[in-house]
Design a protein around this ligand. Structure first.
Ligand SMILES: Cc1cc2nc3c(=O)[nH]c(=O)nc-3n(C[C@H](O)[C@H](O)[C@H](O)COP(=O)(O)O)c2cc1C
Length: 335
């Protein structure tokens, strides 16, 4: 069990923040499959603040990214940025849940700070994993966010910037001293991006260095991966990203194995019914055009590894609306 702020996670099985993927619909699917925590797509603190000035009430992309359903908590909204004042203001807006463009039913249970994103567009501004190179600024950002919200503040880091500057332990200590309530560490450096090979030793070192809960992240694709991550590092829970894409049942599998049961995956027809319900929810939230466009990649992930998936994948990518997607998935399931 993990406790931070007034949040309790019975197990510590989290869906990771995934830009373009961990929207409300997918988070709800993962929660229904057994995740006990999830994190939103990353939200630009500056964009959220600027939208307040521009009064973009009816076309707030950022507001949609930060939106929370009442039935999906506990969850965190993740913010990124490099200026303590914008990060604090974004945390305040999200906490009060009344900003321009806000479509949240409730505020999140926590604010998560992104200190791991490796994408050049982000690091070039000194944001995401670039903050690993500047622990002093990272500490200032965390302190500012902690002051701006009554919600617990969590931080997601990587092992370090590159192999010559692995500093996750220092970063973890800075985060704890600055008021963070929980940490997630992805056991790769920024330089490694998503290359195979996760450094579990650095996750273990972070866990040993701080007293706040630590989630281990990186390359968890099966229940055995999750169990060995916990065993090898002593981490309090795990966070799963790519392993949940098209396979939210990984959370059910881990829950079952943790309680000594064997897990049988649902039949394909049931899995596709879940996938299609997710697509309908995406369409409800984002409209048919954006919802269908964004849903296609999810549907191809749901088909991953199945016989005939390649042909179905190209049909999915060419589909023009929900009705066509449903027809393709139902035909594939029946086959
Ligand atoms: C498509 C994609 C989008 C991601 N978006 C975010 C993000 O918005 N914020 C973040 O902190 N990490 C993000 N990540 C990193 C993941 O949360 C996770 O740390 C990383 O993928 C390693 O975990 P995994 O091996 O389980 O995939 C993203 C990763 C992927 C593949």
């Amino acid at each position: 069990m993990i406790k931070f702020g007034n949040v309790t996670l019975p197990i510590g099985l989290a869906l990771a923040p995934l830009a373009g993927v961990s929207d409300r619909a997918f988070r709800r699917v993962c929660r229904a499959c057994g995740a006990d925590f999830s994190v939103s797509e990353m939200v630009s603190a500056k964009a959220l603040c600027y939208e307040q000035k521009a009064k973009k009430e009816h076309r707030s992309v950022t507001g949609l990214l930060a939106s929370v359903h009442a039935d999906e908590t506990p969850m965190a909204v993740q913010i990124f940025g490099h200026e303590p004042e914008f990060m604090a203001e974004a945390a305040r807006l999200i906490t009060q849940n009344e900003y321009i463009g806000c479509v949240s039913e409730v505020p999140p249970s926590a604010i998560d700070i992104n200190m791991g994103c490796p994408v050049k567009k982000v690091t070039a501004n000194g944001e995401g994993s670039a903050l690993l190179k500047n622990p002093v600024l990272a500490g200032e950002i965390i302190e500012a966010v902690v002051k701006a919200t009554h919600l617990p503040v969590t931080v997601k880091i990587r092992a370090g910037w590159d192999k010559d500057s692995i500093n996750a332990v220092e970063m973890a200590r800075v985060a704890e001293a600055s008021g963070a309530s929980m940490l997630c560490i992805h056991g790769r450096t920024r330089e490694q991006m998503y290359e195979p090979g996760v450094n579990r030793e650095v996750i273990a070192a972070v866990k040993a260095a701080v007293s706040i809960p630590v989630l281990g992240n990186g390359d968890i694709y099966t229940a055995e991966d999750a169990l060995s991550m916990m065993r090898d590092t002593g981490c309090d829970g795990v966070m799963i990203a790519r392993g949940a894409m098209g396979n939210p049942w990984i959370f059910s599998e881990i829950r079952a194995v943790l309680s000594g049961e064997t897990y049988t995956y649902p039949p394909i027809s049931e899995r596709f019914a879940v996938a299609l319900a997710q697509v309908r929810e995406m369409i409800e939230e984002k409209g048919e055009r954006v919802g269908v466009a964004e849903a296609k990649k999810h549907l191809t992930w749901y088909c991953y590894g199945m016989e005939g998936a390649a042909a179905t994948r190209s049909r999915i990518m060419q589909a023009e609306g929900y009705a066509e997607l449903e027809e393709i998935m139902l035909a594939f399931a029946e086959r």
